[in-house]
Design a protein. Structure first.
Length: 165
């Protein structure tokens, strides 16, 4: 079995507006810029997510929280992979996120999970055993996994790259 790649992304910087529900918060202009830049970097680390790829249709998948800020972040990453909205990612703890990943089709080689802190930060730490100093808006981690999605568990990943934009 070949290694799988997981990219864990915290949504880019979002604005605050009085009376606006948390799930409706939009990205700031800086957040939009940072999300585009993160997409360019991610495509270099995970070539199967590059537009015009020659890999099969199941080579990549983007799993995203339903919030406005995560959906916009996922769109601006401009990855060549289907986008699935997963309600279980919103306000999720690491165990919830592991559950989402374990439901991924075994034919998928690369998953990009776009979510929220503290869950995504704690997921990276749990999978890799790496203590990160922080995981600010727009941060992402590239993790290699040598297990099938259904067996993803704490300690099964290796941190390849982390970016804290």
């Amino acid at each position: 079995m070949s290694a799988r790649t997981l990219v864990v992304v915290r949504h880019a910087k979002a604005g605050h507006a009085p009376g606006l529900p948390d799930g409706e918060r939009p990205l700031t202009a800086g957040g939009e810029r940072d999300a585009r830049a993160a997409g360019e970097e991610i495509r270099r680390f995970v070539p199967g997510l590059t537009t015009g790829r020659t890999a099969g249709p199941t080579s990549g998948l983007v799993l995203c929280s339903p919030s406005v800020r995560t959906r916009r972040t996922a769109e601006l990453l401009s990855l060549d992979a289907p986008l699935e909205i997963e309600r279980d990612i919103y306000e999720a703890y690491p165990d919830d996120l592991l559950g989402v990943l374990r439901r991924t089709d075994g034919e998928i080689a690369s998953v990009v999970l776009v979510g929220h802190n503290p869950g995504v930060h704690e997921l990276v730490a749990a999978l890799t055993g790496t203590r990160l100093g922080g995981f600010p808006p727009g941060a992402y981690a590239v993790i290699e996994l040598d297990v099938p999605w259904e067996d993803v568990a704490p300690g099964t990943g290796r941190l390849v790259h982390v970016s804290r934009t």
